[in-house]
Design a protein around this ligand. Structure first.
Ligand code: SF4
Length: 258
């Protein structure tokens, strides 16, 4: 081992020991030492921190999925959720279908109605615009608000909304009808949005707009779940950068649950 490698190894050992004592590594330490640290050194520290933070308890929320629409304006290359209009029986679930699903979930002891949907499909698909017009809405987010309100009013479930990228006005619009919202940061890497990357052609996957949504949600005191995607072509360094971006976002807004 060269002298430089020996020094890096010592610094990593100190950083991991500090981490177990509760001292978070800085961004600079994280990016200089962890991209190439051996997994065998990281795993026991991760286990110790998880046990110190949460013990052996594993919590979960029993939920029923409500796929309000599987249309989306984005084209993420790994997506198995979004469909072309011709592959769907209807662009949107009708309100009575939403309530049927919610009642069925409540009957199975669910506590949460998890609304899943593509991002702003009306900006890409005429079928979405036409369907929304027939329902009496101009935008998906307006129909989502109505559907979540109906679930809140007519069932015992708490709506959790995975509505994609939202501006501050739409966050305010949805807040009264949502117990919580979800927006995966997925990746803080702009590289993945470039031609040939999995987020090429998906404007809602630009890290800056997703981070802005998370920060605005935090400012509005909206509980938000977030996280990262693994295995879409990112490097370990990019995973670390994404976790750091989430950490900054949570400490600046205070409410993001990763
Ligand atoms: S934004 Fe979500 S639903 Fe839309 S294509 Fe990407 S992964 Fe699929």
């Amino acid at each position: 081992m060269s002298r430089r490698e020996t020094e890096a190894s010592s610094r990593l050992t100190r950083l991991l020991a500090d981490s177990v004592r509760g001292n978070r590594p800085t961004a600079a330490e994280t990016l200089s030492l962890l991209p190439h640290a051996p997994l065998a050194a990281l795993q026991p520290v991760a286990e110790a921190l998880a046990l110190a933070g949460h013990g052996r308890a594993i919590s979960f929320s029993r939920k029923v999925f409500i796929p309000l629409t599987q249309l989306c304006r984005d084209v993420c290359h790994y997506c198995t959720f979004a469909k072309a209009p011709r592959r769907l029986p209807a662009p949107y679930l009708a309100l009575d279908e939403v309530l049927d699903l919610a009642h069925a979930g409540a009957g199975q002891s669910c506590k949460e109605a998890l609304f899943t949907l593509g991002d702003k499909p009306e900006l890409r698909h005429a079928a979405a615009r036409d369907a929304l017009a027939r329902l009496g809405y101009a935008r998906t987010v307006e129909y989502l608000e109505a559907a979540a309100r109906a679930v809140l009013r007519e069932t015992t479930l708490l709506p959790h909304l995975n509505a994609g990228v939202l501006d501050e006005d739409d966050l305010r619009r949805l807040r009264p009808v949502a117990a919580s919202m979800g927006l995966m940061l997925e990746s803080a890497s702009d590289r993945l949005c470039a031609r040939g990357g999995p987020h090429y052609g998906s404007p809602d996957k630009r890290p800056a707009v997703r981070l802005a949504t998370l920060r605005n949600a935090g400012r509005l005191a909206i509980p938000v779940t977030s996280g990262i995607l693994i295995g879409i072509g990112e490097t370990r360094r990019e995973r670390l950068e994404t976790l750091l971006a989430l950490r900054t976002s949570t400490t600046s807004s205070g409410t993001c649950r990763t």
